[in-house]
Design a protein around this ligand. Structure first.
Ligand code: ADQ
Length: 467
């Protein structure tokens, strides 16, 4: 069997046992690698004065990790810069927050080149290379320049924006053209795939060769939608763990006679936290009869603190939560609990399990794994209700959730009222359908679909110059 080489910006394989609090991407990749004898390659998370290309090789939790240290300037220009100040906001439709700076552009190209130069000597001829996310879009171009002929696939975890948004990016053609050096490019949903195709048709003299194959810049590229899932089997085990049970009991004890509404997100402007708080405030204002029957818990650990936009959200949310509690709290109750820390995954499973409502309302989200984790953690006999943003990729698969526009406080408030009043048969009916999807379309299925599409390809089909 060919080896699978996974490449992502950060390499942080979980050590196993449910104690980790790593992000969605890391959990998904570790689950993907465990069954393949492969390597996970990327940045170590450390900086050094002068880049050497020295590889640190370590085996953790059944995964071989090969990491490289970067320079401080790489971190500023590539990671904090082009990836998180340019591409992330733009791809999440926050053009107003996107910084365009040529130094970022250069740093991004430099790090992608350094990654390619360090990775290339490790490769064997039949390795399959799977590159992840917006940090590494031009990696295949750099590898091809070094003569790498292996199959290389790319998966984008975040949305692909509409054509009119994409063209805000200086040198957008150059970036998209570099994607034609992959054999396969995968998106979370068909909608993002179509947005990519539309870009190619409009900006790169493109044509559709057939569904799933687009020609642009004079070359052909296979594209597809591969919605990511959670490790459903592992999560189900975690839900039954003693820690999860203890956490569920603790939460229940803190909310006697009340319904818990839970939100769990990285502290990021794309997650719609301010809008969510405003929706909850509207619910409290417009439903005096239900007011004292609820408690909202929002868990949001800080992330990307080096980027200014992230420092500002926290201050705004502190003040908004203060206002809401100041307005509605009583001697024995405050409506909103706002917590900025990470939890172990088994503890999170317990928290989800205690919540009558999962409130998942990002303004834009590639997929959103929290929605799936919430569903997986419910008690089948008395499940809670998922309220989900229409703008999360997950909404495409999870139509039985209460779908809302996260920008509308009225819609969020109405959905909360509806969820709290929903009778048990309807909750069970909706949850069963959601759970079927979460279980069936899990991370293992996602990995298999992508890897088999990539490895099953005839090498002759590799995007070549069309003459
Ligand atoms: P993220 O933007 O990080 O991922 P998401 O898919 O919701 O978003 O995953 C977050 C993960 O972090 C979940 O597994 C969650 O349990 C965990 N998490 C969040 N808060 C936590 C806390 N306080 N303690 C512990 N764990 C916490 C990106 C894209 C998404 C896409 C994923 C996977 O932005 O759209 O779904 O990659 O492709």
């Amino acid at each position: 069997m060919s080896r699978l080489i996974v490449v992502s910006n950060r390499v942080n394989p979980p050590t196993g046992g449910g104690e980790e609090s790593v992000g969605g991407l890391a959990m998904a990749l570790a689950a993907s690698l465990r069954e393949y004898s492969g390597i996970w390659f990327g940045w170590s998370g450390k900086t050094i004065e002068k880049f050497t290309g020295h590889l640190n090789i370590e085996k953790t939790g059944g995964v071989t990790a090969a990491t490289v240290d970067l320079e401080e300037i790489d971190l500023d220009e590539y990671y904090n810069g082009y990836a998180n100040k340019t591409l992330w906001p733009l791809f999440h439709y926050r053009n107003d927050l996107a910084a365009f700076d040529r130094a970022f552009d250069q740093g991004y190209s430099r790090v992608n080149r350094r990654f390619a130069e360090t990775l290339a000597p490790l490769l064997q001829p039949d390795d399959i290379i799977w590159v992840h996310d917006y940090h590494l879009i031009p990696l295949a171009r750099e590898l091809r320049a070094l003569g790498v002929k292996n199959r290389i696939g790319f998966f984008l975890h975040i949305p692909w924006p509409a054509h009119q948004v994409m063209i805000n990016l200086p040198r957008h053609r150059q970036l998209v053209e570099s994607m034609f050096d992959y054999d396969l490019v995968g998106f979370q949903t068909a909608e993002y795939q179509h947005a990519f195709e539309e870009y190619v048709l409009s900006e790169a003299e493109g044509t559709m060769v057939r569904p799933g194959c687009v020609k642009g810049f004079g070359r052909m590229l296979e594209v597809g939608a591969f919605p990511i899932g959670i490790d459903a089997a592992d999560f189900a085990r975690m839900v039954k763990s003693s820690r999860a049970r203890r956490m569920r009991d603790l939460m229940k004890a803190h909310t006697v006679f009340r319904h818990l509404i839970v939100g769990v997100d990285r502290l990021d402007y794309s997650k719609g936290l301010e809008e969510r708080f405003l929706g909850f405030e509207h619910f409290l204002t417009s439903n005096p009869d239900l007011r004292r029957e609820v408690l909202m818990l929002q868990i949001a650990p800080v992330s990307r603190e080096a980027v200014e936009a992230y420092q500002e959200i926290r201050a705004r949310l502190d003040s908004l939560s203060g206002r809401i509690n100041g307005e509605f709290a009583d001697v024995d109750w405050a409506p909103l609990r706002w917590v900025n820390r990470n939890y172990r995954r088994d503890e999170l499973a317990g928290i989800y399990g205690a919540a009558r409502v999962g409130l998942v309302t990002p303004l834009r989200d590639g997929m959103n794994l929290v929605a799936k984790e919430y569903v997986a953690a419910q008690n089948p006999d008395d499940p809670g209700v998922l309220i989900l943003s229409r703008f999360a990729g997950a909404a495409r698969q999870m139509g039985e959730a209460l779908l809302v526009n996260p920008n509308s406080p009225e819609e969020v408030a109405d959905a909360l009222r509806r969820a709290l009043g929903m009778d048990r048969p309807e909750r069970i009916r909706r949850w069963s359908a959601l759970f079927d999807t979460v279980e069936r379309e899990d991370v293992v299925g996602w990995r298999d679909a992508f890897v088999s599409a990539l490895s099953g390809m005839n090498t002759k089909m590799r995007p070549a110059l069309v003459v």
